[in-house]
Design a protein around this ligand. Sequence first.
Ligand SMILES: [Zn+2]
Length: 431
Amino acid sequence: MAALSLDLPASPEQRGTTRHREETQAMHDHRRLGRELELFGTDPLMGAGLPYWLPDGAVVRHALEEYIRDAERRAGYRHVYSPVLGKRELYELSGHWAHYSEDMFPPMELGGEQAVLRPSLCPHHALIYRSRARSYRELPLRIAELGGMYRSEPSGVLGGLTRVRAIQLNDAHVFCTLEQAVEEAESALRMIGEAYAALGIRAARHRLSLPGPGGKYVADPELWRRASAMLREVLDRGGIAYEAAEGEAAFYGPKIDVQIADPAGRESTLSTVQIDFHQPERFGLRYIGADGARHRPVMVHRSVIGSLERAVAHLLEAHGGAFPAWLAPTQVVVLPVSDAESEQSARLVRRCADRGLRARLAAPGEGTLGARVRAARLVPYQAVIGPEEAAGEQVALRLRDGRRLAPQPAGEVLHRIEALVARRDTRLWDR
Ligand SMILES: [Zn+2]
């Protein structure tokens, strides 16, 4: 396999963090990577801040959506769908109209009513909660949705996937008793930690976001104090270091923000956990307690991976396009050394597809083996098929990080890759 001794550019796993910092910043810009890898795009006719997802981008997004729905199901969440529009009165009731209207799209006139593109999912979930009487036995009631929401960002700040006007949010609301709220917020924070491990990303820091001066926030000092104290307890019990920041809270309550940083060190919020006393009161939410009396539930708002847009942007930048195998648009590239191995190679691609792995053939017509390996440098698994491998139903596997494995039976290789992908392992190989 001497033909494969190539002078390859360092893979993202090998690249140093300080020596190539500036180069890395430019190379890891998610807009550039998104264009190059054909993940998403924009068109002035669709409008600024309204990106579309190309097939490979949609694959990554699907994988993320499947991951989060699976994690939520395991954690006892039930999924719902709710519309992206609501009547103006709904947002007047939630308080968005009074406290958040500068971030909302103008209302649409509709048969004597006004419909508004929703600025958040909370009001819809509150209505789903109160669609019938609730008993304490149902609590905590965890309602999750991967749903659309809209923000009328000024056109000057729009760009890529990080500042958009149409947002697909991984959102959930836990309706629970006062006694359950800290534990629910804690387990949401644990889910966030587990998700970051599977995604191979790290929180830059945790922030306790508190209200600041001004009329942006609903007034009720006692409720703010209580919710903040509970969030501090969540952070302290988890042994998590944090900084408190005034002026960063939601208008209805304080929140824990999990901050991420881009390659240039700029911070933004990806995940949040909030304890909210305000909206249950606004919506008149109730449950019947063990004592037969009516009580007010608490709402825990939480997002594990934030918006799909920001999550994919961050994954692109954090990994320089080299996604963990379970997220990679193409997981296996099959490389016949010559046309003589085309048939065996095509068969290997089919075998991958049968196992649910995303594979494609890089045929000799696409260039020399070296050129094809370079073109596939972000693909986690490169399966080289030479004459010996073809004859023995074997595969000479190269890993994206530069490791080369001795030829092995194709079935064993695929079985191992399938297992790594299925458990969303961030390691390319487990031995
Ligand atoms: Zn919410």
